[in-house]
Design a protein around this ligand. Structure first.
Ligand code: PLP
Ligand code: COI
Length: 334
């Protein structure tokens, strides 16, 4: 193993193992570690045709005291189950999910980036329906696989601002659709609008609420948050936004810093009033947004991270790396 930890980006690379569980005949098996990254599937598998495919994302950190801890895995277990319920997949018992996380991280402990390098071990649970079928119905057999990848910053350049373009004519989710759960199809839907954003020099697409296009929803990879002139933390309340574990944690940390926190509908006209805008999520942590492009308008939030997002970033990462007290028991020790 020869990894330049400081140079890691957000790219797939194989590690020692991944862990796989099979659901069949109404129950989950005990799971097994695999060193191969290949799977064998029927060409008629449900996940390939009818989209029973869901995933999660969470991280393990090598903390200041040398121990490895996972950030809020119970939240991912709950969200995975909310996804499962929505697309008729069997739920994953929380104890099984937490045990899977522990087993796969322990087996890949050498791939958790050293403390001080800014890296972490990204854990990617993915669940697929594998029953061969040609008629549309839910699968009977499923696989839950957790793979792990050592990662650095999602966007090249660390926490430097990225630009966003509002997707004016394409949505990632439908009203009353699947935006609030983490299915693979949502990301397929965001590929084309994200490509259009990139063609306009923007690393991310920002989506509006799919019903009226009046309100801000979220980025393709992360939640939207903004700081108002009077120092409030605001973030969209919308049925088509993925409930982000990072955002939920940041709202708590912001409140602890004495900031008023508002989760509410955010009209796109408010973009002109914010002093700082950020994207937040497991992969992107907090990424400041430099400019937002919308039709012929440009909203400019500066070319360095603003003071409030910087403070939130420090408190968040300080908590994750065990530099600050874990006040709410967010870190799971292995
Ligand atoms: N929104 C979308 C569309 C995402 O893909 C993610 C990433 O998981 C998030 C928000 C952030 O969620 P979390 O903070 O739980 O990673
Ligand atoms: C995550 O932040 O874990 C995600 O799943 C986002 C993904 C687009 C990388």
């Amino acid at each position: 193993m020869n990894i330049e930890w400081e140079k890691l980006g957000f790219e797939f690379r194989p590690t020692k193992s991944n862990i796989r569980y099979v659901y069949d005949d109404g129950k989950w098996d005990d799971g097994k570690l695999y060193t191969t990254y290949d799977i064998t599937l029927s060409v008629a598998s449900n996940c390939l045709h009818y989209g029973q495919a869901a995933f999660e994302g969470l991280k393990a950190f090598r903390c200041k005291d040398g121990k490895v801890r996972v950030f809020r895995p119970e939240e991912n277990a709950k969200r995975l189950n909310s996804t499962c319920r929505h697309i008729l997949m069997p739920e994953v018992p929380e104890a099984l999910f937490l045990d899977a996380v522990k087993r796969v991280v322990r087996d890949n402990i050498d791939y958790v980036p050293p403390y001080g390098t800014g890296g972490s071990l990204y854990i990617r649970p993915v669940m697929i329906g594998t029953t061969p079928q040609i008629g549309i119905s839910s699968s009977r057999r499923y696989e839950l696989i957790l793979l792990v990848v050592p990662v650095g910053p999602y966007y090249k350049g660390g926490i430097k601002p990225v630009n966003a373009m509002i997707s004016d004519d394409m949505d990632r989710a439908a009203p009353h659709g699947t935006g609030h759960i983490k299915i693979a199809g949502n990301y397929a839907a965001s590929l084309y609008p994200s490509k259009v954003a990139k063609e306009h020099g923007c690393q991310v697409a920002l989506f509006l609420d799919p019903k009226t296009h009046e309100f801000i929803d979220e980025f393709g990879t992360s939640n939207f948050l903004a700081i108002t002139k009077d120092g409030k933390y605001v973030t969209p309340k919308s049925a088509s936004v993925l409930p982000s574990v990072t955002n939920k944690s940041l709202m708590q940390l912001a409140a602890d810093l004495g900031m008023p926190v508002e989760q509410r509908r955010i009209n796109k006209a408010e973009l002109a009033d914010f002093t700082e805008v950020g994207a937040c999520g497991t992969a992107v942590v907090i990424t400041p947004i430099g400019k937002i492009f919308y039709r012929d308008q440009v909203f400019d939030y500066g070319d360095t991270i603003g003071p409030v997002l910087k403070k939130l970033y420090e408190v968040m990462t300080g908590t994750q790396y065990g530099e600050l007290p874990d006040r709410y028991g967010w870190l799971m020790e292995l």
